[in-house]
Design a protein around this ligand. Structure first.
Ligand SMILES: [Zn+2]
Ligand SMILES: [Zn+2]
Length: 341
């Protein structure tokens, strides 16, 4: 089969012909129909310090996918050949305190598809049956493969009630753009979306942001305060990892507001903890992964009715065109790029 492999340290990746993966007794083999590029894949492609410290090469990249089961391990029950599936890319250990108390998304020892073992930028991928998600046939593959990053947005916005609330989202990469749609679908009164990339702000408006802010052109804090009679937003969702966004967002919040933080800063950040958090009575929630499988049920239900994420898909390309796809990612001139192997 063809597969996009991170073979060696340094920038880039290579498209190669490799053996179809062998499956264990508890695994299935999935024929990949659609897969999408994640920010994580770009970190690996660029080979930044995170990738260098985490990965053992070679690894087939990719973790967001929709496909069809073509082979089942002898111990797998409840799935069949031809089932239309996606995958939860975090493989929890199943043994730690968090796993045993319904919090497998913050497992102390999880591994990740396409990072710690071979992923889905390939014609076939091995998936442990415990990580399968059965898709509705109504969901097109290019949407079904996005449930993993969409789930990040759903989890970030599940941490506080949204009905009639004002929500600020900083960082309009794919997950930030999804968050705009999820906030609207969940009943937010007004969504403010901020990014320094106008291309992405345009998509944010299509996803339902009532106000888009480019902090290079105007003050985010002033704009929000002017709009909310000096009161601020109820909910702040940080998706950029940028320190100034974190300060702006906290200052643009209502006293007693709720902040969900998902963006990963490149370095340590300094907060004015007393004034930005403590005296304002702010609740801070760290968000990682998706609740397995609570978030998946919520995500699938939103997609079956009130949520349309098609504006976020900006490119559909062949796996062979991966170099061009990663160049577009680097330039930031995209929402989600779908690759067809
Ligand atoms: Zn991802
Ligand atoms: Zn665990």
């Amino acid at each position: 089969m063809k597969a996009l492999i991170k073979e060696k340290p340094g920038p880039g990746a290579a498209l190669r012909q490799v053996e179809i993966p062998r499956i264990g007794p508890h695994d299935v083999l999935v024929k990949v129909i659609a897969t999408s590029i994640c920010g994580t894949d770009l970190h690996i492609y660029n080979w930044d310090s995170w990738a260098a410290s985490r990965m053992n090469l070679p690894v087939i990249m990719g973790h967001e996918m929709a496909g069809e089961i073509v082979e089942l391990g002898p111990a797998v029950e409840g799935y069949f050949k031809g089932d239309y599936v996606s995958l939860e890319c975090h493989q929890a250990c199943g043994r730690c305190y968090q796993c045993r108390t319904g919090q497998a998304h913050i497992c102390r020892d999880y591994t990740i598809t396409g990072v710690d073992f071979d992923g889905c930028f390939a014609e076939y991928v091995r998936v442990p049956a415990a990580n399968l998600w059965l898709n509705s046939r109504e969901l097109p593959p290019e949407i079904a493969c996005l449930q993993d990053p969409l789930g990040n947005a759903v989890l970030a916005l599940s941490s506080a009630p949204l009905t009639g609330k004002n929500v600020l989202i900083t960082g309009c990469g794919a997950i930030g753009l999804f968050a705009v749609g999820v906030a609207r679908a969940a009943g937010a009164a007004r969504v403010y979306a901020a990014d320094i990339n106008d291309y992405r702000l345009e998509i944010a408006a299509q996803m339902g942001a009532g106000t888009v802010i480019n902090p290079r052109r105007e003050s985010l804090v002033k704009k929000v305060h002017a709009d909310t009679a000096g009161c601020g937003v109820d909910i702040f969702v940080e998706m950029s990892g940028n320190e100034s966004c974190l300060h702006d967002g906290l200052q643009a919040m209502k006293n007693g507001g709720h902040a969900a933080l998902l963006g990963i800063p490149a370095d340590k950040v300094t907060l004015d903890l007393a004034n930005e958090v403590v005296f304002k009575g702010i609740t801070l929630a760290g968000i990682t992964g998706r609740k397995i499988f609570d978030t998946w049920y919520t995500t699938a239900a939103l997609l079956s009715g009130v949520l349309d994420i098609r504006p976020v898909i900006t490119h559909r390309m062949k796996l062979e065109d991966y170099e061009e796809a990663f160049e577009i990612m680097k330039a930031g001139q995209c929402g989600k790029i779908i690759l067809y192997p």
